[in-house]
Design a protein around this ligand. Structure first.
Ligand code: AGP
Length: 615
């Protein structure tokens, strides 16, 4: 997703902006740029590709480097929405070499505005929606407005989800800021002030952060901040002191952040669990706050991997607590005009806490009168701040675009929610609940043992790395894992992969089977394995390259499979109920090693962003 950073009132402002942009690289981007005001004139430099190219360009400005060693600068990493990847379309976008704007989000009515501005004589250099912003600022500044007045007039004209920062050579000591749906944070420094897409991008400059709210806009000056709400009332937003946890992010010797985050799971999942599971097996999740003072049904919304976690959560909550759960893709929820009959609350799941689809689902739930809850990893994120009740996964920053530790930690929280609901509504006797609660204590060791299959996974990865298509199969609790395994693989290796419920193959997908198509099945012996083994056999007999990842009992039953990867043995109840957590490990490792063999950008795969803040 796009990243915005601005610095005002500090020498070497451009250098500090670049440092901030580096800390936003994990969000994914395809071009970058920076602008500063030097002796009254606007200096802009932009590049395609990674930040290092922009830094090289700046370095090569040896004679004119002073242009950028000023006390006001704004920078941007762009994730293309409107307009292809090019220097022209990179931000900052400028107007008449007097106004520069960096923007995250989408200006939905930009075409009409662009036509009007062209008619008024403005010439456009890019194919972006953003470029209407600097020209609108120019237009209103030329009418004699100051930067704040001009900014308000601009806001009156635009529609969409956005966060932007604008600067003008007419007001070289001010930044205009605005936030509507896309996040924006203000940093308060001893000498100077800062703006960033999130706290992480400016926490090297200050620990005192203000999160703007939707409709907020205002002026940042060297010694002063003015914030106004959407009705132009002056507001004092809360100043939050943050810990600079992000500053410590390193790969810690691993080849990629994703690899590190896969192998962190045995140590960070206990952090998630211990946040809610206390010594006496008591789970301190507030069921009443969750909206279950009385029994009702639950709706869960999320996107991507977090949606697959929701699917697993549905199985567990219905099995353990006998509570109906409706799950929905966050991007679909509000557009289907959902009935909430019998529903008490909505739970959204988001690692970043910034996915706009998921935020809008939360907001829609609020308008429907539902209690709003969130499982998030990033505390202080927009979804965290807007939910009535947040449950934190607490696994530390997840930098790799592909969700790994955040997925298993989301599952851990969902399992605890199921147990807490089951206990509250006496759907299980205390002995059964305690037995299942003990599974949580077994989990970290089990995940560590699953990681020991890495060498076998590497062998499989090497055999299938050139496949054009791949199919993942799972049944019951492992059906969501088939979908997750396919998503992990496709998003970092770029191989087309699809996940299906094992029983669905014969209803169409089996037509995809031809010689050597890898068909990967996640399976555990839970009494229903024979049907799944038959499904795998059906693919096998049509020429598929069948790969079974399962326990000893199933491996023996499915001796026909071309490749068999035996997982460690676990107590049967634990293995079948927590199989989604166990099979996450081979799903993650397989995707990682296939991608590594193929040499793709594992941590920042093409076209993707860690936090998707557009709809
Ligand atoms: C998963 O590996 C992907 N990165 C993506 O599907 C992700 O899960 C999705 O964008 C949701 O992100 P969130 O959990 O931060 O809301």
């Amino acid at each position: 997703m796009c990243g915005v950073v601005a610095v005002l009132g500090r020498e070497n402002a451009s250098k500090l902006v670049i440092e901030g942009l580096k800390k936003l690289e994990y969000r994914g981007y395809d071009s970058a740029g920076i602008a500063s005001i030097f002796q009254g004139s606007l200096q802009t430099i932009k590049s395609e590709g990674k930040l290092i190219k922009l830094i090289d360009k700046l370095e090569n400005l040896s004679s004119d480097k002073s242009y950028f060693d000023t006390s006001i600068a704004l920078g941007h990493t762009r994730w293309a929405t409107h307009g292809n990847i090019s220097v022209e379309n990179a931000h900052p976008l400028i107007s008449e070499n007097k106004v520069a704007v960096v923007h995250n989000g989408i200006i939905e009515n930009y075409l009409a505005l662009k036509e009007q501005l062209i008619a008024e004589g403005y010439s456009f250099q890019s194919k972006t929606d953003t470029e209407v912003l600097p020209h609108l600022f120019s237009k209103y500044l030329k009418l004699g407005n100051n930067l704040l007045e001009a900014g308000r007039l601009v806001l009156n004209e635009i529609k969409g989800a956005f966060a932007f920062v604008a600067v003008s050579t007419d007001f070289p000591d001010q930044l205009f800021i605005s936030r509507n749906s896309s996040p924006l944070a203000i940093g308060l420094g001893e000498d100077g002030n800062f703006v960033g897409s999130d706290a992480h991008s400016i926490d090297h400059l200050t620990k005192r952060i203000i999160y703007l709210e939707d409709g907020d806009h205002g002026l940042v000056e060297t010694k002063n901040i003015q914030i106004f709400d959407k009705n132009t009332n002056k507001v004092d937003r809360k100043i939050i002191n943050i810990q600079a946890e992000f500053g410590l992010i390193t790969k810690a010797g691993y080849s990629h952040f994703m690899e590190k985050e896969i192998f962190e799971q045995p140590s960070v999942i206990p952090q998630t669990i211990s946040n809610y599971l206390k010594e006496d097996s008591k789970i301190i999740i507030d069921i009443d706050k969750l909206g279950f003072e009385k029994k009702g049904s639950l709706v869960i919304c999320a996107a991507g991997t977090s949606y697959y976690a929701a699917m697993v959560g549905k199985y567990w909550i219905e099995q353990i607590a006998n509570i109906p759960v409706i799950i929905d893709l966050a991007s679909e929820f509000r557009y289907r005009n959902p009935s909430i009959y019998g529903q008490n609350s909505i739970l959204v799941i988001s690692q970043s806490g910034e996915s706009l689809d998921t935020l809008m689902a939360l907001r829609h739930g609020k308008t429907l009168g539902l209690k709003t809850n969130a499982i998030v990893n990033v505390e202080g994120s927009t979804i965290d701040r807007e939910a009535d009740y947040s449950l934190y996964t607490k696994v530390g920053p997840e930098v790799g675009v592909a969700s790994t530790k955040s997925f298993t930690s989301q599952l851990s929280v969902l399992f605890m929610i199921a147990l807490a609901l089951g206990k509250k509504f006496n759907e299980m006797n205390l002995q059964e609940i305690n037995e299942k609660t003990q599974y949580l204590n077994m989990l970290p060791t089990a995940i560590a043992r699953m990681l020991e299959i890495e060498e076998e996974i590497k062998l499989i990865a090497n055999k299938i790395k050139n496949a054009k298509n791949m199919i993942f199969l799972g049944r019951g609790l492992l059906y969501p894992l088939a979908l997750e395994g396919a998503l992990k693989l496709k998003e970092i290796s770029y191989i087309h992969a699809e996940g299906f419920a094992a029983g669905e193959m014969k209803h169409g997908p089996i037509a995809l089977i031809e010689d050597d198509v890898p068909v990967i099945m996640f399976l555990v012996s839970d009494g229903n394995e024979d049907k799944s083994i038959s499904n795998l056999q059906e693919a096998h007999s049509r020429g598929a390259n069948t790969i079974l990842i399962s326990d000893k009992k199933c491996i023996e039953k499915a001796d026909f499979a071309h490749l068999k990867l035996e997982i460690p043995e676990f107590e049967s109840g634990f293995k079948s109920l927590l199989s989604p957590l166990l099979m996450s490990i081979p799903a993650q490792l397989l995707a990682y090693h296939v991608a590594k063999e193929r040499g793709t950008d594992v941590d920042q795969p093409r076209n993707l962003a860690k936090s998707v803040t557009v709809e």
